[in-house]
Design a protein around this ligand. Sequence first.
Ligand SMILES: Cc1cc2nc3c(=O)[nH]c(=O)nc-3n(C[C@H](O)[C@H](O)[C@H](O)COP(=O)(O)OP(=O)(O)OC[C@H]3O[C@@H](n4cnc5c(N)ncnc54)[C@H](O)[C@@H]3O)c2cc1C
Ligand code: FES
Length: 253
Amino acid sequence: MLIVNANVEEIIELDNQIYLLKIFSPEIAGSIKPGQFVNLRVSESTYPLLRRPFSVCDVEGDFFYIMFNVLGEGTKTLAHKHHGEALDILGPLGNGFNLEGDFETAVLVAGGLGSAPFPYFIRKINGSKKILSFVGGRTFREVITYGMNNILTATDDGSLGFKGNVVELLNENIEILKSNKIKIFGCGPTPMLRALSEFSIKNNFECDISTESAMACGFGICQGCPVESAKDKDKFLLVCKDGPVFNVKDIVL
Ligand SMILES: Cc1cc2nc3c(=O)[nH]c(=O)nc-3n(C[C@H](O)[C@H](O)[C@H](O)COP(=O)(O)OP(=O)(O)OC[C@H]3O[C@@H](n4cnc5c(N)ncnc54)[C@H](O)[C@@H]3O)c2cc1C
Ligand code: FES
């Protein structure tokens, strides 16, 4: 894990008030894996006090990107960054996705901002596996397909693609999934991950999910990000250190 003082290269506003922050950091860009995250101090002042965690969205040369929308003070501050501003960053953090394994198609399942880690995932897979992406949101405004491939979409209100949630869309395509050697990789809100876990276990699909939790330290010291272990009911795992990526059979959401 590194603590780096990195510079903002550019902030890019995509559709739907989604931002990409491009950051110059050869150290982090050269060492981070898909599914890992960084913990950013968003301002040089003491407010907001806590760092904010973000998945690495993509890496290009010495630059890496994060993708976010404005929720509160931290992301509002980030959205107003300019070229050359310094950012204090802790990373790479967490375990990341395991891209190895005996599967031919990576089935990516994203809800809302859950698509954030997948552009880098796809870049790293680099054609060695097929990609099939299922991307969902409540309305078309929340369907974020940036950097993704071979996409099927779902919206709760039917304003884009399949009418229903993204796990229901997977179920609609169950025959395609069963006829391929797949592994599912999911990222999104907890209710979606819970439904995806149930779907994967029921159908015997290998599935890893990237989970979220409120965080402080980001590297296992404060014990502030527990998730219940499925294997040992008295034990808690830490999202920041043991995750954020877990096999669906290893945790109780
Ligand atoms: C491992 C990890 C990776 C993440 N990757 C990304 C990413 O790639 N892109 C991204 O946009 N966000 C990501 N997040 C979530 C991001 O950290 C929060 O959105 C951010 O901290 C919000 O900061 P804020 O100061 O703007 O909002 P706050 O003022 O902290 O919160 C504003 C509102 O948003 C709610 N909120 C805060 N965090 C979350 C959350 N995680 N999920 C749902 N609601 C939340 C709060 O409850 C509150 O109502 C990730 C979180 C984790 C743990
Ligand atoms: S955020 Fe401190 S232990 Fe996970």
